[in-house]
Design a protein around this ligand. Structure first.
Ligand SMILES: [Zn+2]
Length: 223
């Protein structure tokens, strides 16, 4: 079974499954698969907001792109993506999901995440992060306006700009690498990135390939 840091990865007909060290698994569904459970999803609008489940979730008056709750094995948090990053986090205390595209990252969704960790009194060293299928740095070409936003971000977050590449006068951003660097800065060390590109792997939907819908990934419930 292939390993990625502390995770084992397997595939079935429905998707790619990652087993975490907490006896909880995450499934990244292929485009034609339907979830077999009722998935608790954020109201995704490319915002930087992460809401606490259940306290803030049901009364939310605006969009939010992340959910955090207690590490209850029956809670089926999930996220919809097609090129953006599906980010899953888990410790023995908390778990949750984040939908991170360039807008959410640029607006500071991971600063919001850090605040939530403090609120839950969870130490970053205790967290495990899994970043699922997303558009890779070789495929994610951006225009100069997005480029300058990320150059500013590298300064404000005090991370180097090695997640930005230039080739044949075109600019490319590796959103997963950028996210990895920001999370490292917060103090999170256990981060695994699935090396699966949604634009290249046609089992997944991709905005850049022209798909308008999204696939779902979620924590497989343990009843
Ligand atoms: Zn790619």
């Amino acid at each position: 079974m292939p390993q990625l840091n502390n995770f084992s990865i397997r595939e079935d007909k429905k998707g790619i499954i990652v087993d975490t060290p907490y006896q909880e698994s995450i499934i990244f569904l292929f485009k034609d698969s339907k979830p077999a459970h009722n998935v608790i999803l954020p109201k995704q609008e490319h915002t930087p907001y992460i809401l606490i489940y259940p306290d803030e979730y049901s009364s939310a008056k605006h969009g939010f792109d992340g959910i955090v709750g207690r590490a209850d094995k029956t809670l089926v948090f999930g996220v919809k993506t097609a090129d953006c990053l599906p980010v899953f986090f888990i410790s023995d205390k908390i778990k949750g999901v984040i939908h991170a595209g360039w807008r959410g990252i640029a607006k500071g969704i991971f600063s919001e995440f850090e605040k939530k960790l403090r609120l839950f009194k969870e130490s970053p060293e205790n967290l495990y992060i899994v970043i699922g299928p997303h558009i890779c740095g070789k495929c994610y070409e951006v225009k100069e306006d997005t480029l300058s936003i990320f150059l500013n971000l590298s300064r404000s977050e005090d991370i180097d700009a090695s997640f930005i590449a230039m080739k044949d006068s075109k600019f490319f951003i590796d959103l997963a690498k950028c996210t990895h660097m920001i999370l490292n800065k917060i103090g999170i060390k256990n981060i695994s990135i699935l090396p699966v590109c949604t634009k290249e792997d046609e089992r997944f939907l991709s905005r850049r390939r022209g798909d308008t819908s999204s696939q779902i990934s979620y924590f497989l419930p343990c009843y």
